[in-house]
Write a protein that binds this ligand. Sequence first.
Ligand code: F6R
Length: 243
Amino acid sequence: MTVKIFDDYNSMSAAAADIIIETVKHKPEALLCFATGNTPVRTYEILIEKAKASNTDFSRCFCIGLDEWIGVPKEKYGTCHYLLHQQVFNPLGIKSSQIHIFDGMNTNIKAECNKMDAVIDSKGGVDCMLVGIGINGHIGFNEPGVDVTLKAHEQELHGSTLASGQHYFNEPTPISKGITLGLAQVLKAKKLLLLANGKSKTAIIKQAVEGELTNKVPASYVQRADNAIIIIDKEAGAQLSAK
Ligand code: F6R
C-alpha cells in the first residue's frame, strides 16, 4: 500500500485520473472498474478532459461497475448503471459492448454474481479499479463483518450506507441490499485506487490505513495490498501519523 496525500480534492482527483489514463495508454485492452458516489465525481470530469487532450483511446478497454443497488431499475437516476453512463461511459464514448454492470433487477442474484466473476476471470483480473470508502469502512458494498474471501456477492446494507445511498437518488427510493464485487477481487486489482476526501473521512482513513486489520473495517485490508494506492486530500489524511 502506498499513501499519497494531496493539498485538495482537485489535485487528488487529477492524480487518480492520470493513473487511469496511464493504464489505458500502457494496455489499451485494460479491464477498468469504477465506483460511483461523491468522491470520484471530479476524477471522472478530469479523466474526460485529459482523455480528450491526450487522445487516449478507450475503444478497446472493457469496463465494469463495482456494485449496484438490488431491486432498483437501472434506468433510474442514482443507480450505478445510470451514474457511470452519465459520468464516465457516455462522455468517453465507451460502447455498451465494452461494459458489464450488475443487474440489480435480476431475480437470480447468484447468477448475476457468477456472470461478473466470469467477466473478471476471462479478462485475467482487473487492471485498474477505483473505489471510495464508506464512513463505516466499506469498500463497494463490502460492509463491516464481511467475509473477505468472497468474490461477487449479495450484501445486506448497513444504516449509514442506506442513508448516504439515498442521497444519490433524486427521489426517495427503497433500498436495502446491494450486489458488489468481493474483497477477494478488489484486493487483487493490479492497481487499486482508494480515494477519500474531506473531514467526514478523516477517522475512517486513520482506521483503514493505520488501524488493526479486521473485517470490522473492510478497508483495513488494503494495508495488505502492495498494489493499493490511497489517494486522499489533506483533510482525509489529517489523523495519519505517517504523513
Ligand atoms: C459506490 C460505492 C461506495 C462508495 C462509498 C463512498 O459505488 O461503492 O462504496 O464508494 O460509500 O461514497 P462517497 O464517495 O459518496 O462518500
